[in-house]
Design a protein around this ligand. Structure first.
Ligand code: PEP
Ligand code: MG
Length: 579
């Protein structure tokens, strides 16, 4: 039995056999195969080469027609490597002699070659190392995609164990069979964690080297409440956790009973609870859990799980279906927030050196106007079906707001010309998730109808801590006084300008922050659906006077540690069962 501690990102308990999936961007752990699996594994290597050659040949041909030149040359170099029989033989020989998986052999041999190339003094040859890494990645994608198919056809309950998961991989998990998730990498607000939470799958991340200690088929307990993973537990531990799992399910069941009750504090202040969704079919769950609308529809997921861009009609159908479920309740559609960890970097021809500070989100849309306008048309068309509002992500300055609104107006004019109906007064909001937008909120507020504070990114950018990097996960905290000061400033500026303000980052789904947010003046929270009952219970257990006191105390503190300890203790007193 081995106990590992990570970060709890999605609550609940699960006990199931491990299924290990690898990610193309990391070193593949050494894993042995049986002699009887040798032939199959060698065939997997051959298939991966064949498929990679097929894919590259197609890409090369397409480039030939379009731009030709440099890119075509690169593909040609890659193809030459892939056709090299001695390279393939080295890999299959390693599988044969060392009884290792195809992934491990591909990775080991190609990295050896790349390391050798990069040491050569001749610049032309040393630069070929990058090509070898690309080829490695290409082959691993082939090998891992086949595994992904296995994941799509699960027949028994499993715990997914991975070095790192992308949000879209996580979104594809079958809730009926994937009982728990554990990964080496990740942080509390990394997008894969957010998706696990919205699917209601218990998950623990930032386990650092878990993949090295688990083998496929091992029994694994995931304790998503405390961030604990137990590999090969003994019988007594299994019994304890089975009991705990039952108690937790009962608590969830009890909380569901408050679904129809209002989110109102003990002294009568009404709070609006909205849901965050990634896919339109989650809208139903938001209502089931007692949500009063959608406060954040992360529409980039429409784009992420496919090879081609969605058409206007596909966007429209997704929005129309969401609105038809919500009827006249608000649906805040956030425009595409692609980039950073929500862009499959391997799909980009030239991955960005620093994607979180790169061409992401609204910046990406403003440089890809055809794509952006397609989405805006669909949102506007859906705006006549219900209470649709539009929200722009990652705004950093007023110029971006102006530019974005101008494009929206262009699209409106196009629709006018085509006599297509839309709501001319559609409310326009922005996310406040960069320090620059928080610091200039007073001026941005004049040009928009509402703000929503994206505390996940706001925390990451204020503290300069990557939200998905387990190595700095301990430094990532929304309790930091710098983050809280910015949040308070934004709330005050929104109140002064008399525009709506909500919080839609993960802070809104964490019981310990609720009193503080209410005390700072927040009356609308948008959060992952499974957490709505618990947060509602918290709201129904407090008075606004108490919340104001908590906020006053916290804003007078100057250490993150002091604040988080205080908030946790204060929330524990109110709702002990949540901790
Ligand atoms: C945020 O940054 O807080 C947010 C809600 O947006 P996302 O998590 O999708 O980046
Ligand atoms: Mg964000």
């Amino acid at each position: 039995m081995e106990i590992k501690k990570g970060i709890a990102v999605s609550p609940g308990i699960s006990i199931a056999k491990a299924l290990i999936i690898d990610s193309e961007d990391y070193r593949i752990p050494r894993r042995s195969i049986k002699v009887s699996q040798r032939a199959d594994e060698i065939q997997r290597v051959r298939n991966a080469f064949k498929d990679a050659i097929g894919e590259l040949t197609e890409l090369e041909a397409a480039q030939g027609k379009a731009e030709g030149g440099k890119i075509k040359d690169i593909f040609a170099v890659h193809l030459r490597f892939l056709h090299d029989r001695s390279l393939r033989k080295k890999i299959t020989d390693l599988v044969h002699s060392d009884l290792v998986t195809a992934e491990y052999a591909v990775s080991t041999i190609l990295r050896e070659i790349a390391a050798h190339f990069s040491k050569v003094k001749d610049a032309y040859i040393s630069e070929r190392a990058a090509d070898i890494y690309d080829i490695e990645r290409r082959l691993l994608i082939q090998l891992l995609d086949r595994k992904r198919e296995d994941i799509e056809h699960l027949t028994e309950e499993v715990t997914i164990i991975a070095r790192e998961l992308s949000p879209i991989q996580t979104a594809g998990f079958d809730r009926n069979f994937v009982k728990g998730i554990a990964s080496d990498a990740g942080g509390r607000t990394s997008h894969a964690a957010i998706v696990a939470r919205s699917l209601g799958i218990p998950a623990v991340v930032a386990l650092e080297n878990l993949t090295e200690s688990v083998r496929g088929g091992d029994t694994v307990i995931i304790d998503g409440n405390h961030g604990i993973v137990i590999v090969n537990p003994d019988d007594q531990t299994i019994r304890q956790y089975e009991e705990y799992e039952k108690e937790f399910a009962e608590l969830e069941h009890k909380l569901d009973a408050i679904r129809g009750k209002p989110a109102v504090t003990r002294d009568g202040v009404k709070i609006t609870l909205l849901g965050n969704i990634e896919f339109h079919d989650e809208a139903e769950t938001v209502l089931q859990k007692g949500g009063q609308g959608i406060g954040l529809y992360r529409t980039e997921y429409l784009y992420l799980n496919r090879q081609s861009e969605p058409t206007e009609e596909e966007h429209y159908q997704a929005y129309a279906e969401t609105v038809s479920v919500l009827q006249d309740r608000p649906v805040i559609i956030r425009t595409l927030d692609l980039g950073a960890d929500k862009y499959t970097q391997r799909k980009r021809f030239a991955p960005e050196p620093n994607p979180f500070l790169g061409l992401r989100s609204i910046r990406f849309c403003l440089q890809n106007l055809t794509m952006f306008k397609t989405q805006l048309r669909a949102i506007l068309r859906a705006s006549v079906l219900g209470d649709v509002r539009i929200m722009f992500p990652l705004i950093t300055n007023l110029h971006e707001v102006m530019q974005t609104k101008m494009i929206l107006r262009d699209v409106m004019e196009d629709l006018d010309e085509e006599s297509i109906a839309y709501n001319k007064d559609i409310p326009i909001g922005i996310m406040i998730e960069t320090p620059s937008s928080a610091l200039t909120a007073f001026s941005l507020a004049r040009d928009v109808d509402f703000f929503s504070i994206g505390t996940n990114d706001l925390t990451q950018y204020t503290l300069a801590v990557d939200r998905g990097n387990e190595l700095v996960a301990a430094l990532y905290s929304s309790s930091d006084p710098a983050v809280l000061r910015l949040i308070r400033m934004v709330i005050q500026d929104a109140h002064k300008a008399q525009i709506d303000i909500s919080v839609c980052g993960e802070m809104a789904s964490e019981p310990e922050y609720i009193m503080l947010l209410l005390g700072m003046g927040i009356r609308t929270l948008s959060l992952t659906a499974p957490m709505i009952p618990e947060i509602k219970q918290m709201i129904r257990s407090v008075t606004m006077e108490h919340c104001n006191n908590v906020a006053r105390k916290v804003l007078g503190m100057n250490s993150e540690r002091q604040i988080s300890n205080y908030l946790r203790a204060a929330a524990r007193k109110i709702l002990p069962e949540a901790f």
